[in-house]
Design a binder for this molecule. Structure first.
Ligand code: NAD
Length: 499
């Protein structure tokens, strides 16, 4: 059986006698590979290799580092097709969506190609008599990223592209559920000219994560995953003095105002709620019609559109979404559907018991829709992360703003309306990090940055964009004065001022 190993010092490396995890094909339910689960010794080897390689990489001028990324971008484009197939076979998303996963990461690589410009510091001439002040951004050294299963290309690229561009060495610990694409990314970077050891991939689970958090030579850790683990990783890493940014789970709301173009809103909600089987942190699993008339007009449209969706294997070009990632995750989603029923919500469409002819062992669920979901229900408060859409009816715009604002998560939110004033008011007041106005999945473009509020994000700096550059560098500020020779300044015991 295929074995997925670590990637250290520029090549795949296996460790004899490793613990192994199973990598499934969610389309069939069959085990397609085994992944090595690294112990602390593997993390130590990866860090030692990175430490050795990093100073020379940082010493290369930024334009030359950018050239490696330019070439990497070209190779990603060259290999888009096989990468998308590999990704889909381990994750379960359909091929077109797998390409989107790679493309959104590629966008960040493209942004990182501008690193010579982005690393320019600031300079003040004449801040005082004969005094100039300048600041520069220097790499941190060895940094690490820990990533979730749901975007096995995009999220590693969110992190490693800016980290490498800034002159760091990077240790990637990808999800053990779909570990193959990250190794291919590392191989492509070597092909693009990245020196060996500057990017190492350690496969593994909690053991490897803890070893990363405990390692004294890792200066910063970026994490994306579920909120409880994000918080744990944040606290443990910060306690040992590391710079941390940890993105967590989500429960995003789509608010539909009475004046919205309902057909367009329904089309948008379908893709956002059920695309990738709902396994996106920017999915839209809650729809909030404002006013009963809006709800009554929306509901039959949602039912009709959801019933028309095609669930299929990843390689089915007609399918709107594929299986969920594992049998355990499928069972968890089914439990949440039952919980919604037990809590008194109305189950309008039930996706349980869905079976795909010829792929009976796959982890498929049909689209599920609930109405009359209430804020006190646990099935509303928790992230389900499956193809389940919950309708929560609101009477007023104010009530609709309160729902996402009071929710424990605050990743994304969308509003559908033709009313600019209402949309502006909503965007200003809602307590959520990323807002879409008639845009169902408002993942910011690569030159802005990505981050949620509340339990969706721990730490100050967002992913990618200028925040990525800030996260992976530290600022040094130099205040300089060159002696004139003819003027001797008196000694002073007062804190220097420029006045
Ligand atoms: P997860 O939290 O189970 O795993 C994320 C990473 O943490 C993996 O690399 C995993 O190996 C590691 N891990 C798992 N258990 C651990 C433990 N006990 N201690 C230390 N490390 C551990 O998340 P997942 O299921 O892979 O991904 C889905 C979650 O990620 C969802 O909650 C989703 O909303 C979230 N997510 C958030 C964003 C965002 O940017 N906010 C983006 C994508 C996904």
């Amino acid at each position: 059986m295929r074995q997925v190993a670590h990637f250290i010092d520029g090549r795949r490396q296996s460790v004899d006698g490793s613990r192994l995890g199973k990598v499934f094909d969610p389309n069939t339910g069959l085990t397609q590979a085994q992944v090595e689960l690294g112990e602390a010794s593997v993390v130590a080897a990866a860090v030692a290799s990175a430490r050795k390689a990093q100073p020379a990489w940082a010493a290369i001028n930024p334009q030359r580092r950018a050239r490696v990324l330019f070439e990497f971008k070209r190779l990603l484009e060259r290999d888009m097709e096989p990468l998308a197939h590999l990704l889909a076979s381990e994750h379960g998303k359909v091929i077109s969506d797998a390409k989107g996963d790679i493309q959104r990461g590629l966008d960040v690589v493209e942004f990182a190609c501008g690193i010579p410009h982005l690393l320019k510091g600031e300079y003040t001439e004449g801040a005082g008599p004969g005094i100039d002040v300048y600041s520069m951004r220097q790499p941190l050294g060895v940094v690490a990223g820990i990533t979730p299963f749901n975007f096995p290309a995009m999220i590693p690229l969110w992190m490693l592209a800016p980290a490498l561009a800034c002159g760091n060495a990077f240790i990637l610990k990808p999800s053990e559920r779909d570990p193959s694409v990250p190794v291919r990314l590392a191989e492509l970077l070597i092909e693009a000219g990245l020196p060996e050891g500057v990017l190492n991939v350690v496969q593994g689970d909690k053991v490897a994560v803890d070893a990363i958090l405990d390692h004294p030579d890792i200066r910063a850790v970026s994490f994306v995953g579920s909120s409880d683990i994000a918080q744990y990783v944040y606290q443990k890493g910060a306690a040992s003095g590391k710079r941390m940014q940890c993105m967590g789970g989500a429960k995003n709301h789509g608010i539909v105002l009475p004046d919205a173009d309902l057909d367009q809103a329904v089309a948008d909600i379908m893709g956002a709620a059920y695309g990738s089987a709902g396994e996106r942190c920017m999915a839209l699993p809650v729809v909030v019609p404002v006013g009963d008339k809006t709800a009554e007009a929306l509901r039959p449209r949602l039912v009709a559109a959801a019933e028309a969706l095609r669930v299929g294997v990843s390689t089915d070009a007609e399918a709107h979404f594929g299986p969920v990632v594992s049998a355990a995750h499928k069972a968890r989603i089914e439990d949440y559907i039952q919980m919604g029923v037990d809590e008194g919500a109305e189950l309008v469409l039930d996706g349980r018991g869905f079976s795909l002819q010829g792929s009976e062992g796959g982890y498929f669920l049909g689209p599920t829709l609930f109405d009359y979901v209430k804020p006190h229900m646990k099935s509303y408060q928790d992230e389900i992360f499956g193809p389940v859409l919950q309708m929560v009816r609101a009477r007023t715009l104010d009530e609709a703003i309160q729902l996402p604002s009071r929710h424990a998560y605050g990743n994304g939110v969308a509003i559908f309306t033709r009313n600019g004033e209402a949309a502006r008011d909503f965007a200003s007041r809602v307590e959520v990090g990323m807002v879409g106005i008639n845009v169902p999945i408002p993942v910011p473009v690569a030159y802005h940055s990505f981050g949620g509020w509340k339990r969706s994000g721990f730490g100050d700096l967002n992913q990618y964009g200028m925040d990525g550059v800030r996260f992976y560098t530290r600022v040094k500020t130099v205040t300089q004065k060159w002696p004139r020779g003819d003027v001797v300044t008196d000694q002073s015991f007062v804190i220097p001022t420029m006045s």
